[in-house]
Design a protein around this ligand. Structure first.
Ligand SMILES: Nc1ncnc2c1ncn2[C@@H]1O[C@H](COP(=O)(O)OP(=O)(O)OP(=O)(O)O)[C@@H](O)[C@H]1O
Ligand SMILES: [Mg+2]
Length: 548
């Protein structure tokens, strides 16, 4: 807009004096900071209150001040040079008006982002007479820009997570089925080898590699929050103690391991996964202390209040402050190690990000930790100081219910002798065969079906009762959950064991799991399957003699 376009329309009524009065009031009261100076005299002509507030001096004081000195006092040296360079274009007659974003230092030293508009007024001979500067705040605009950038980066992260989740999920179902067959049959072969067989170490190599591949698939699913978590009440203190037994061997003599276990509440999450969380955090802590140090594991009850208290330390967005107010159980893993530098901390939760040498870290540890904790409804806060150490706090939901008896997989039920009829349904032939072979080893009576419809037909044709349905969850046609519901219409006492390496709709299972309806993640080892089957049949008090 050229200066000629600048007009001020007055209504025809009103004297010149009234106009001048109104005009002055408008400038004086304007929220835009305005000052006008006479070019040649180098003095202020007028300043309004907003400008005086911006500079931190009274209007009267300002009128007695040297504008040049005020300008220097509110600008950093570089900022001043930059602005002066631009402003010279007006003095040189290059332009009459220009706009630039500046940073103004207030009296308390804070820098405020402002947009300044500088307008030069010339007399008829073209001499620059007055310079008027308008400052408008950019803080709101900057805050809106920051909020937009943050939202964009969150969206990008969510899209990345979603894409990886779909990929991991798509692969995991088949991948875990294949691994299950490899691990399962290798274990069965190993069981049949004579104790001194030269083939045993080779079979162990197969099992070891397949387990590593299974771990990778598990970590990817955990990171993308598509892992099947089976939440329940558990004692976090006992879990920490269990992990510590393992850690004793892992941390070495130069690291002092300490625990302060003060949680009174029970955590509500997947205990097995939380063990993985603790182990990963503790191993990271160990790796951060190559010259030795102190590794501390703590638990405590915490209550998050509304509104959340401002964090006392820098943290990632989405930390405990983002949790709904309420009671939580907290696990803290801290070390006296290297600490994490600012440029590293922004990346530590990214999958495959590692600062460890090739072959030393996959960079999936913390991505998995974050996935499990977030999927459990918890949060993570990190405090770290380079050269001093790192403290990672994990907040987990808690529950007033008491833990169940120890999970079935940790004990061999008395029904391991194999009494009862089991119907196995899986559309993957190799998997189905393995499951049947493993269960039949214990002399259970096993029926099998390749899909849900066949399973229903088999159950209808079978004369005696079926005690347990072992079924895949994701199958074309009738899925495992629908199959179980259909069979339970006929036999409400039917026990169900779901097997799956990946489930898209986890909510289908949650809430339905109990001592008669359980879940086992693929891949598993044959012993786990047998333990689970016998524990379920035990808890259902199968009376085989009465049924066979
Ligand atoms: N306690 C810690 N102290 C210092 N740095 C840490 C700590 N925990 C994590 N880090 C940094 O975060 C990076 C990522 O950790 P993450 O556990 O995801 O992967 P990793 O430990 O490198 O590999 P993996 O866990 O897969 O074996 C590490 O390489 C390390 O640089
Ligand atoms: Mg790690």
């Amino acid at each position: 807009m050229s200066r000629k376009d600048v007009t001020l329309e007055w209504a025809p009524a009103g004297s010149q004096a009234i106009r001048a009065q109104r005009f002055e009031a408008a400038v004086a009261e304007s929220p835009t900071a305005i000052m006008c100076l006479a070019n040649e005299k180098g003095q202020y002509v007028f300043v309004n209150q907003a400008f005086a507030d911006l500079v931190g001096r009274s209007p009267a004081e300002l009128l007695k001040s040297d504008p040049y000195e005020v300008w220097v006092s509110i600008s950093s040296p570089e900022e001043f040079e930059r602005q002066r360079h631009e402003a010279r274009r007006i003095a040189a007659g290059e332009v009459d008006r220009l706009q630039m974003d500046v940073s103004v230092r207030s009296s308390n030293g804070d820098a405020r982002p402002l947009r300044s508009t500088i307008v030069g007024s010339r007399n008829e001979r073209g001499r620059l007479e007055y310079i008027t500067v308008y400052y408008t705040s950019l803080e709101e605009q900057r805050a809106a820009e920051r909020a937009r950038d943050e939202a964009e980066s969150l969206l990008q992260q969510a899209q990345k997570l979603d894409a990886l989740g779909k990929l991991a999920g798509g692969v995991a179902h088949d991948f875990n089925n294949r691994l299950l067959v490899i691990i399962g049959y290798s274990e069965l072969i190993k069981d049949q080898l004579p104790p001194d067989s030269l083939l045993a170490p080779q079979v162990d190599m197969i099992i070891g590699s397949a387990n590593q591949a299974a771990e990778l698939s598990r970590q990817l699913l955990a990171y993308s929050r598509r892992q099947v978590l089976v939440p329940g009440a558990f004692d976090l203190n006992l879990t920490v103690n269990n992990v510590c037994r393992m850690l004793d061997r892992l941390v070495g003599e130069t690291i002092q391991l300490e625990t302060t276990l003060e949680a009174k509440r029970f955590a509500f999450s997947d205990q097995g996964q939380i063990e993985q969380v603790i182990l990963n955090l503790a191993i990271n802590a160990r790796d951060a202390m190559p010259g030795g140090g102190r590794l501390t594991l703590e638990t405590a009850d915490v209550t998050i209040l509304a509104p959340p208290e401002p964090p006392a330390f820098p943290e990632r967005s989405g930390g405990a402050a983002a949790l709904p107010p309420g009671d939580y159980v907290m696990l803290v893993v801290s070390d006296t190690g290297t600490g994490i530098a600012d440029d590293v901390i922004a990346h530590i939760f990214e999958p495959f990000f590692t600062t460890k040498g090739p072959g030393k870290g996959t960079g999936l540890g913390l991505s998995m930790v974050e996935g499990i904790v977030r999927q459990s409804g918890g949060a993570i806060d990190i405090t770290t100081h380079v050269g001093e150490g790192t403290r990672i706090a994990v907040y987990l939901p808690c529950t007033s219910s008491v833990p169940d008896r120890p999970p079935a997989s940790s004990h061999i039920g008395s029904n391991a002798r194999g009494l009862g009829t089991v119907l196995v349904c899986d559309d993957d032939e190799a998997v189905r065969k393995l499951v049947v072979d493993v269960i039949a080893v214990r002399a259970y009576h096993v029926l099998q079906a390749a899909n849900g419809k066949q399973a229903i037909d088999t159950a209808m044709q079978h004369e005696g009762p079926i005690d347990l349905l072992v079924t895949d969850v994701v199958m074309p046609g009738l899925g495992g959950v629908e199959l179980a519901a259909a069979l339970r219409k006929r036999n409400p006492d039917l026990c169900v064991l779901y097997l799956s390496g990946y489930i898209d709709r986890l909510d289908l299972l949650y809430g339905s799991l109990n001592s008669r309806t359980r879940f086992l993640g693929k891949p598993f080892v044959p012993a786990q399957l047998i333990q689970m089957v016998s524990a379920i049949l035990d808890s259902a008090h199968v009376e085989p003699s009465a049924r066979l």
